[in-house]
Design a protein around this ligand. Structure first.
Ligand code: AMP
Length: 449
């Protein structure tokens, strides 16, 4: 789109765009505008820097009508205090020629002062979930008039453990409302939240740029399991000349910790780890040590790594195959920046094969496959997640309704009462005819005792 004119913006908005020096909408703004304006639920996948704040604010402000309502009609939830301040400032600049009143609330400051600040009422309320909830409980603000809910940086929000606070707030909102959600990455947690709360949303996302990919040489290996992946990675990392600045992407905090532990003996002095369970200090230190070259290897999860400005990364290793193909694009975009040549290596298990195909379909490119180097030892060890499930009698907490003599404490729906004997039977057979115990099994059993 060549200019904002094609969006038929109100005079107030187009003047504000002119003042800000914005000439035309960014791709996510162009996509989001008609959909959000139509009132549909929307899930936007877009990274910071793409203009996502304006992407949801432009249609909201375009549709906004003067109201005498004291309580807010638009609620924007963001994960951090810094973001509250930033979004409030941005919204104020976008709404410069409208009479829209904006306020921001966040934790870590005196709640009474904040309650006073918002006592006069506002149209748009921006806040972090915890403080917002406390203010509602203190009756400093009511959320009963909310017509549009925006949750920004949902992935970070959930990664920081805000799901409970979010659902608390959902319960205070009117059922008839528009839900708009923005996330930089699609994760299992985000997907679950959408399925649980958002009816039939329209998905929008910024087109994946193909030009950037030209700088990145991609390859992949078929690997049977976690610990064989670790062996292969160790083999690759042994070449510290070519692999001089490596980000290893892991599917979860747990997996990241597990790999970090496994590499303690081999790479401890040249490796850092970053995920949201690490303290702020630890995280800052890990990034500094990686950026200044004291650490050659950074183990990271998707959510935490996306905001980082990492320089001159030689290799991105995808230890897992991300189930949402966009995440692969975000990951590999960490290398090959600013015309540097970058490398991306993907590990995939048979289970991850469909995800790998989805990535290739998205890029319209077949990632060249490399044979497993002969020196790499195939591991028989399995992670707890990879273990076959125990037979039912060894999982006492998995009591099936059919096993209960009396009525269940709470009635389950007919659907949930069904017992899938087939797979339980299969599991039992598998257990019976299983290969000799692997080291992983023993570990697992030791832990259980
Ligand atoms: P965001 O992704 O919302 O963090 O925005 C990234 C930056 O892009 C912010 O500094 C915005 O002010 C700026 N921006 C947003 N929309 C536009 C636009 N259409 N043209 C130029 N800059 C923009």
């Amino acid at each position: 789109m060549e200019s904002f004119e094609q969006l038929n913006l109100s005079k107030a908005l187009s003047n504000a765009m002119g003042d800000l020096g914005y000439e035309k909408p960014t791709p996510i703004q162009e996509q989001a505008f008609p959909v959000i304006l139509s009132g549909k639920n929307v899930v936007g996948i877009s990274q910071t820097g793409t203009g996502k704040t304006l992407a949801y604010m432009l249609p909201i402000l375009q549709a906004w009508k003067f109201s005498k309502e004291r309580h807010p009609t638009v609620l924007i939830m963001v994960p951090t205090r810094e973001l509250v301040i930033q979004v409030v400032e941005q919204v104020e600049s976008f709404a410069k020629y409208q009479s829209t009143r904006v306020a921001g609330v966040y934790g870590g400051t005196n709640i009474n002062t904040q309650a006073l600040e918002i006592a006069d009422g506002m149209d748009i309320l921006v806040g972090t979930p915890g403080r917002l909830y406390d203010l509602v409980l203190a009756r400093a603000v009511s959320l009963r008039s909310i017509k549009k809910l925006v949750i920004d940086e949902v992935d970070v929000m959930l990664d920081l453990g805000f799901r409970f606070q979010l659902t608390n707030i959902f319960e205070l909102l009117p059922e008839r409302r528009q839900n708009i959600m923005f996330s930089a990455t699609m994760t299992e947690d985000v997907d679950e939240l959408i399925k649980d709360f958002f009816y039939d949303p329209v998905h929008i996302s910024t087109a994946v740029s193909g030009t950037r990919l030209e700088n990145i040489s991609q390859s992949m290996y078929a690997v049977p399991n976690f610990y064989t992946k670790a062996n292969l990675l160790a083999h690759l990392l042994a070449n510290n000349v070519d692999f001089s600045k490596v980000v290893v992407f892991m599917p979860s905090k747990k997996a990241a910790d597990r790999l970090f532990e496994r590499f303690q003996e081999t790479f401890a002095s040249e490796m850092g780890i970053i995920h949201s369970n690490k303290s702020q200090n630890n995280r800052i230190q890990a990034i500094e040590r990686f950026n200044d070259g004291s650490n050659r290897i950074l183990i990271a999860t998707d959510v935490i790594a996306r905001g980082l400005d990492l320089d001159k990364v030689t290799h991105v290793i995808n230890f897992d195959t991300p189930p949402f193909p966009e995440n692969y694009m975000h990951r590999i975009g960490r290398t090959g920046r600013a015309k540097e040549k970058g490398n991306s290596i993907l590990f995939y298990t048979p289970k991850e094969e469909p995800a790998r195909q989805a990535i290739e379909a998205l890029m319209d490119y077949q990632i060249p496959e490399r044979p497993m180097p002969e020196e790499v030892e195939q591991s028989e060890e399995l992670t707890p997640e990879e273990q076959p499930r125990l037979p039912d009698h060894l999982e006492p907490h998995r009591v099936l309704d059919a096993d209960l003599s009396g009525p269940a404490f709470h009635e389950k729906s007919a659907k949930n009462q069904k017992v899938n004997l087939g797979s339980a039977h299969k599991r039992k057979m598998k257990q019976k005819f299983k290969k000799p115990k692997t080291r992983g099994d023993k570990r697992q059993n030791r832990k259980k005792r």
